[in-house]
Write a protein that binds this ligand. Structure first.
Ligand SMILES: *[C@@H]1O[C@H](CO)[C@@H](O)[C@H](O)[C@H]1NC(C)=O
Ligand SMILES: *[C@@H]1O[C@H](CO)[C@@H](O)[C@H](O)[C@H]1NC(C)=O
Ligand SMILES: *[C@@H]1O[C@H](CO)[C@@H](O)[C@H](O)[C@H]1NC(C)=O
Length: 177
């Protein structure tokens, strides 16, 4: 082989590699992977958020027209504090720890109304509302000695409110300092 032929062979190899690279990139941008503990909702430029949930595995989508929103569906904690007025007009600062996960069948609704950070947007805010209502029914002594009804009322109130946002509560705890 003359040196010209070698150069031309190398050029062809380089071209082929570039072509493969472009094909790989196009293929890559049409694939997405959903890991364990995740579910995906697809946004489509034409049809909007598709009303279905994609489970674990590697899946195809139409590049540039569709975009995956990948949700963590495992139970996650949110901890926040809230100052509320008691029945005997004292202020108490309570810290709540809430374990929650999304209602998987309604992920497309969650994406549309709240986005991927749905829990951070909703839980502290409904938690504050519920705490204010519950704390106002007790005296400061009852709250500080951990009246069992307080937790039950907070738990029930919060579970009800969270349902409206398609969030499932696994546990609610009042943390003591
Ligand atoms: C595919 O894209 C991902 C990012 O979306 C990147 O991390 C990965 O390296 C790409 N793989 C290939 C073969 O290009
Ligand atoms: C989404 O699909 C579920 C059943 O798969 C149905 O109950 C619900 O009404 C649908 N929502 C919309 C907005 O189409
Ligand atoms: C309420 O308590 C939490 C946790 O102890 C603390 O981080 C927060 O600063 C307190 N808030 C106020 C206004 O004192």
């Amino acid at each position: 082989m003359g040196s010209n032929q070698v150069v031309s062979l190398l050029t062809n190899i380089a071209r082929a590699a570039l072509g493969l690279g472009a094909a790989a990139t196009a293929l890559n941008s049409s694939l997405y992977t959903v890991d364990g503990g995740q579910r995906t909702v697809i946004f489509d430029c034409v049809r909007g958020i598709l009303n279905k949930t994609v489970g674990e595995g590697t899946h195809f989508l139409v590049p540039w027209l569709q975009k995956p929103f990948i949700f963590d569906i495992r139970t996650k904690p949110n901890t926040f504090s809230s100052i509320s007025g008691t029945k005997d007009l004292q202020m108490v600062n309570l810290t709540l720890r809430v374990l929650s996960c999304p209602e998987v069948a309604r992920l497309s609704e969650i994406v549309q109304t709240l986005g991927l950070k749905y829990d951070e947007k909703v839980i502290p805010s409904i938690g504050n509302e519920v705490l204010k209502v519950v704390v106002a029914q007790f005296n400061v002594d009852q709250l500080l000695t951990g009246h069992p009804q307080v937790l039950a009322l907070v738990r029930n109130g919060l579970t009800e409110r969270a349902k409206n946002f398609n969030i499932v509560l696994d546990d609610v705890a009042i943390l003591n300092d």
